[in-house]
Design a protein around this ligand. Structure first.
Ligand code: FO1
Length: 315
């Protein structure tokens, strides 16, 4: 069984590679819910939806989130009413949030609703939220941005979308993490996995919340030789999003060595891109085995070979 700690786009790409080399029924994605929010009274789980839409081949390829061949009638009408339209919710995407909100309102836990949505979308992969309990990523700004003063704590989507993450961050916390329980099946999946891959997602705000759920770090550390991280940083930069800036702003190094340091306690191996091959020894000096491979998943074929590299690294 291949278990992936998953954030958004990078994780979804790797999972599309994994299902080419492993039976999808043998793949489990443990997904970040720190980005979740309630907007228009709807519970939105961006990373869960990105993973499910991508594995169902429904995703919008240019943005990485939301649904392809989308329409925006509701958003346009909402704008006419003077409603909030800063967070773009397409008509087909809205169905997901309506269904999820209805089921949660009926008392179904998030892992059950997520399983129903994944099955309805035809997935063989098991998609698990990291927790059924609310964990919300919140960031303190290090500088003023668009009228929001330095020192203000904002919710994740306000940082990522409203402020376009174009603002330095002073600190990040995962509100609710200490009181959260891993969703049913999360710790068992980590314990029984042939390999656990820490996906190439943002180490701070996509992988960080999953690690903050009590019990997860310990479960990973107990399987350290089977835990393989894939660096989201290539040649010092993030392929997409603010991972590189966030690492530096929070006092880490935006390099494969910095990523190795972050995961050294629970990941025995770090897969680094060929562009960082010259840093192999520096990564291994952190006590983490370095495996050099193509990690920029420019095609499903590259994603499949990366998944194979991850599996081989754990064997
Ligand atoms: N990201 C944006 O930059 N702008 C948006 O309007 C936006 C809407 C949106 C709607 C549903 C959804 O699942 C994701 C959406 N995202 C949007 C992406 C989202 O902020 C990110 O996927 C994650 O939260 C970070 O990976």
């Amino acid at each position: 069984m291949l278990v992936a700690l998953a954030g958004g786009v990078g994780a979804a790409r790797l999972l599309t590679g994994a299902v080419q080399v492993v039976d999808p029924a043998e793949v489990v994605a443990i997904v970040n819910t720190g980005d979740d929010m309630v907007l228009h009274g709807l519970h939105i789980s961006p990373d869960i939806d990105t993973v499910i839409y991508t594995l169902a081949d429904l995703h919008n390829r240019s943005t990485g989130w939301g649904v392809a061949t989308e329409s925006w009638v509701v958003m346009a009408e909402l704008a006419r009413l003077g409603g909030e339209t800063w967070f773009h919710l397409g008509d087909r995407d809205l169905a997901t949030h309506l269904y999820r909100t209805q089921r949660l309102g009926e008392g179904a836990p998030l892992h059950e609703v997520t399983d129903e949505i994944a099955r309805a979308r035809g997935l063989g992969v098991r998609v698990l939220p990291m927790s059924d309990d609310p964990v919300r990523t919140r960031l303190v700004l290090a500088e003023e941005a668009e009228g929001v003063s330095a020192g203000t704590e904002v919710a994740f989507q306000q940082y990522f979308v409203a402020l376009r993450h174009a603002v330095a961050v002073r600190s990040v916390r995962f509100d609710g993490a200490a009181e959260a329980a891993p969703a049913p099946g999360v710790l068992d999946a980590i314990r029984d996995a042939e390999v656990v891959v820490v996906s190439p997602s943002n180490p701070v705000v996509s992988i960080g919340p999953i690690l903050a759920v009590p019990g997860v770090r310990e479960a990973l550390a107990a399987r350290r030789d089977q835990v393989v991280a894939v660096s989201p940083i290539v040649a010092g930069a993030a392929l997409k999003g603010p991972a590189d800036r966030l690492l530096v702003e929070l006092g880490h190094e935006s390099s494969v060595v910095g990523v190795a340091r972050l995961h050294a306690q629970w990941a025995g191996t770090l897969v680094i891109d060929e562009q960082d091959a010259h840093l192999k020894a520096a990564v291994e000096a952190e006590g983490v085995r370095a495996v050099v491979a193509r990690t920029v998943m420019s095609s499903p074929k590259v994603a499949a070979s990366l998944a194979t590299t991850v599996l081989d690294a754990a064997r």
